[in-house]
Design a binder for this molecule. Sequence first.
Ligand code: ZN
Length: 151
Amino acid sequence: MAFEQLDDIYREIILDHRRHPRNRNPLERADISADGLNPFCGDEIHLQIALADDGPVSEIGLQVVGCSINQAAGSMLTEAIEGKTLSEIDAVSALFQSLMAGDSLAEEDRDRLGDLQELEGVRQFPVRIKCALLAWSTLQDAIDDHRRLPK
Ligand code: ZN
C-alpha cells in the first residue's frame, strides 16, 4: 500500500509521532525487554522498560523498524504507558485491543485511551491492524514473561 493512500487515516497526532518518535533511546538498565515481529509487513520492534521499585514504568526505550503505522503506534504506546503500573497497562492494552477489534467502547473507556483512539482509523485497512497492535502484543507478552519470573 502506498504511503499516500494512508493519508486519510493519518490524523495529526499520528503524523506527529511518526515524525518525532518518543522514547527512542535504548536504556542502560531495563526490567523488561522484548522483541516483536510482524512478518506480514516487515515490522520489527525492540522494547525496553524500567520500573521504579517494581512499581510504575519509569523509563521506556523503543526502537522500531517498519511501516509508518507501526512506528507511530509504537511511539504512542510509550507515551500511553509512562508512569503506569503493569496492571494499569493491562487495562489500557485490553481496551486498545477491543478498539482495534471494532468493539463498541463506553465513553469513559474511550477517555482512558486518550490519543490512542486516533489509531481507530487503521481498522479501515485490515492488513494494517497487526501493524498498530504489534507494540502492544509485544509488550503484553513481555509483561506476562516478567510476571512468571521468580521474585
Ligand atoms: Zn506495518
